[in-house]
Design a protein around this ligand. Sequence first.
Ligand code: CP
Length: 315
Amino acid sequence: MKKFTSVQDVADPKALVDEAIAVKNSEKTSAIGKNKTIGLLFFNSSLRTRMSTQKAAQNLGMEVMILNVNNDGWALEFEEGAVMNGKTVEHIKDAAAVMGLYCDILAIRCFPSLTNKEEDSADKIINQFIQYAKVPVVSLESATRHPLQSLADMITIQEHKTKEKPKVVLTWAPHIKPIPHVVANSFAEWALACEYDLTITHPEGYELSEEFTKGATIEYDQEKALQDADFVYVKNWSSYTDYGKVLPVEEDWMLTNEKLKVSNSAKIMHCLPVRRNVELSDEVLDSENSLVLKQAENRVYAAQTVLKKILETNF
Ligand code: CP
C-alpha cells in the first residue's frame, strides 16, 4: 500500500477488515515500525484520530512526531506560482519536502473549507503532500473522505453483524452549524465496497455526491428507511448542491428510540464527537445497542493495520 486516502487505495477492503480484526485479536503489538518515524500533521482539531493513530504507531514500535500546523508551524502557501508577499511564510512544496526528509510516513488532517466546492473536491492539501513529500501519506480526514474512520466502522459492523448482508442505514441528523460531507462520503463508499445493503436517508437538498453513493438506495422518508435496519449510522452533513449551507428542515430528524421501533433492533453508530439530544437522543446513545465506543476503540486497530501494511510494502 503506497498511500491510504480512500477505499480505492486498498486492493481488497474486506480482506483489510479481516486483517484488522486479526490484529486486534492476536498481535496487539509488533516491532515492524522500529527505527521508523511517523509525522502526524493537524490543520484541524481532533481527539480520537490523534490519540488512536499515535497509539497505533507506538504499538508498531514507531517514533511519533505531532505538529499542529496552524498553531505551531509557519503559515503555508498552497498556490503554485504565488508571489508570497502576504501572510503566508512557507510554500507547501518546501514544507512537505522537508517533512518527508524527517518522517518515513506522513499522516494529515485537513478539513474542507465548505466555501469552495471545486477546491475541496480536488483535495488540494493532501494531494500536495503526496506530490511533494515523496513518502507514504495517510489521510487523517481530508476535504473529501475519512478513511480510517470508515475502516473502523467496517470492522465494527463485521464484529456485530448476524447475517452476511445486513441492512445498513446512513441517516442524516440535525446540527447547529455546517458540517463536512466527509464521514458520510467515506462511510458510503466503504459500505458499498464491503457489499452491504446500504440505504441513505436525508431531507431533500442534502443529496451527497453520486461519486460516493452510486449503488446505495436513496430514501427521503426516514421512517421507511429505518424499516428492518440492522445498523443505523447517524451523521449530519451540510448541503452539497447548495454547497456548505444549512438548509431549513421542517421534520424532526433527530434519532430516538421511538423511531427505531421499526428497525430490526438496530445497532447504532456515530463517529463522535456527537451533539447529544440534537443529532440523536441520550436514550439511543446510552442504550445497549449503541456501538459508538466500539467504533472509537476500533480506530486504533484500523490505524495499526494500515500503518502495518504501509511498513510491510514500502520499507
Ligand atoms: N471521529 C473522529 O475523527 O474524531 P476526532 O475528530 O476527535 O478525531
